[in-house]
Write a protein that binds this ligand. Structure first.
Ligand SMILES: [Zn+2]
Length: 431
């Protein structure tokens, strides 16, 4: 039996309203209790003691939007390298997207990913299934059999189902199996060949624009369909101020709709594309300072309840092309926590660290019905130790990820994870 005592840490467990200094006792991979008394400690043999003085002891962090690229694109990332990157970012659980090659649109591909993850990953990996076959937006994937194979949600991420009637059918099937549907919100006709936010800078730089309305119109579509089908829809990687306003209004009417925000959409604006560096090319794109302010406001008032990376590894040779030609996306697992703590907690003083931890633990766990994200006695002992004041510099050359496509190389950040514990075992610690 492995027994671990994490002493003198600042324990923050939003699910149970715990926010105080104490000791956390882990026994046999489960949370035993908080505050093991000194008398009890003496009677425990082979106790591993971890001194957490000055550190935050949080439930293991969960990132529900990660591209692990396996099967089919292991030059960019593998399940092994991607989950090592997650552990180094403080994540004990990731949810991987189905746009692999072949796509996770059948029980056999879902089973393949789950089997590989079970043997090659040091953290928990949950899988999603595609809404449509080959993520082509034309014909529904076998939702029932993928549910049986163990998916936790449906999404066509990277793509967006344009046919509203087909999306309605998907929601009706999802509801039968209690599966949440996650959506990458993009109207293809409005967005066209857009590669950056449509506005002042796209005009100056002469690049095709991706208007905010191209996202907002699908967010509104999802609100209408969530109401019609009484099924939860989670809007992925929101980038536009209008999307936050739409969610806020829908919540006042009790509609089952939620949203997530990625760090790059609050750390950067479209102005940073001036140098044509393709590491600033995202989908949805970086937008304006007004959008950044609105996204942060949405986090503050809990219109947006989840943070995620949209970790999207690409090889250097793919990104080292003209801006129009380059693939969208950046790696994020090893920088997201630092960026959010640095910006939201320290610089903007928008939220406190307990609120931030809620957005990475109990909220995503509840959305996807995962038995994770708390330090309740009896819960699986996934724990992340965080130093909220540690100053560090992002160095892409030290990433555990196989890819290096980040716009944050050389950034000085305050706050990061220092130890990642999965089922009571340390799988990564800052050296
Ligand atoms: Zn996406």
């Amino acid at each position: 039996m492995n027994k671990v005592l994490i002493t003198n840490g600042h324990i923050i467990d939003p699910a149970n309203g715990i926010n105080r200094v104490g000791d956390l006792y882990i026994s046999d991979g489960k949370i035993e209790k908080i505050d093991l008394d000194a008398q009890g400690r003496k009677h425990v043999d082979d106790l591993e003691v971890i001194d957490a003085t000055g550190l935050i002891v949080a439930p293991g962090l969960i990132d529900i939007h990660v591209h692990l690229r396996e099967p089919g694109q292991s030059a960019k990332e593998t399940i092994a390298t991607g989950t090592n990157a997650a552990a180094a970012g403080g994540f004990t659980t990731v949810v991987c997207m189905p746009n692999t090659s072949p796509a996770a649109d059948s029980p056999s591909v879902v089973a393949l990913i789950r089997e590989k993850a079970a043997t090659e990953s040091c953290i928990n990996v949950y899988t999603t299934g595609a809404i449509t076959k080959n993520i082509a937006g034309e014909e529904l994937a076998p939702i029932g059999s993928m549910h049986k194979a163990g998916i936790v949600a449906l999404t066509d991420d990277g793509h967006c189902v344009q046919n509203h009637e087909l999306m309605r059918r998907a929601l009706e099937y999802a509801r039968m199996f209690g599966l949440p549907v996650m959506d990458h919100c993009q109207d293809y006709n409005l967005v066209g060949k857009g590669v950056m936010h449509e506005g002042y800078w796209s005009t100056v730089l002469g690049l095709p624009g991706w208007p905010s309305a191209g996202e907002e119109i699908i967010v509104q579509r999802n609100i209408l369909l969530a109401e019609l089908c009484d099924t939860h829809i989670h809007c992925q990687h929101l980038s536009a101020a209008g999307s936050v306003r739409l969610l806020r209004a829908a919540h006042t009417r009790g509609i089952k709709i939620s949203g997530e925000i990625c760090p790059h959409h609050i750390a950067l604006t479209d102005e940073s594309i001036q140098g044509f560096d393709t590491n600033f090319k995202m989908n949805p794109p970086l937008r304006t300072q007004d959008d950044v302010d609105a996204l942060i406001e949405g986090i503050v008032d809990r219109t947006v309840t989840i943070l995620a990376s949209d970790h999207a590894p690409h090889c250097n040779y793919e990104k080292e092309v003209e801006f129009d030609m380059a693939p969208f996306g950046i790696v994020g697992l090893e920088t997201e926590l630092g960026l959010f703590i640095d910006i939201l907690v320290h610089k903007k003083k928008a939220i406190d660290i307990a609120h931030l931890i809620e957005l990475y633990t109990i909220n995503p766990a509840r959305l996807l019905k995962l038995d994770r994200g708390t330090l309740s006695p009896g819960a699986i002992a996934d724990v992340t130790l965080i130093d909220p004041d540690l100053e560090w510099t992002v160095d892409k050359n030290t990433f555990a990820s196989r890819s290096r496509n980040t716009p944050f190389h050389g950034w000085n950040l305050k706050g990061r994870a220092v130890r990642t514990i999965v089922t009571g075992k340390t799988v990564w610690a800052l050296s």
